[in-house]
Design a protein around this ligand. Structure first.
Ligand SMILES: [Mg+2]
Length: 118
């Protein structure tokens, strides 16, 4: 079973994505802040991290940098409301495999993107 770490602080989105991903037979862990995200990356070594950017105590940029510095093999999809060209470029430059803007993707479409990567 492939492991996903969902890094998200919006309870509504946590609910939607954990339900959807578990239906699709992924093992899902959830971190609702930056410190917890990095703890779970080390502990669980997920196959993929679905990463929000605006988060309590460490933002997604910092989390992405740390993941890619220590665990390059872990795939990262950024899923954020931030959608400026500079932000998308920054995410890809820091090593994210994909940058998806929340309002442009349904949960089913996000799951398809995940399946294309792992
Ligand atoms: Mg957020």
């Amino acid at each position: 079973m492939k492991k996903i770490l969902l890094v998200e602080d919006d309870p509504f989105l946590i609910d939607i994505y954990t339900t959807k991903l578990r239906e699709e037979n992924f093992k899902v862990d959830v971190a609702d802040n930056g410190d917890r995200a990095l703890e779970l990356v080390e502990k669980e070594k997920p196959d993929l991290v679905l990463l929000d950017i605006v988060l309590p105590n460490k933002d997604g940029w910092e989390i992405l940098k740390e993941i890619k510095a220590k665990n390059k093999e872990i795939k990262v999809i950024i899923l954020s409301n931030l959608g400026q060209k500079e932000e998308v470029e920054k995410g890809l430059k820091l090593g994210a495999e994909k940058y998806l803007i929340k309002s442009n993707f349904t949960p089913s479409e996000v799951v398809e993107e995940i399946k294309n990567l792992i």
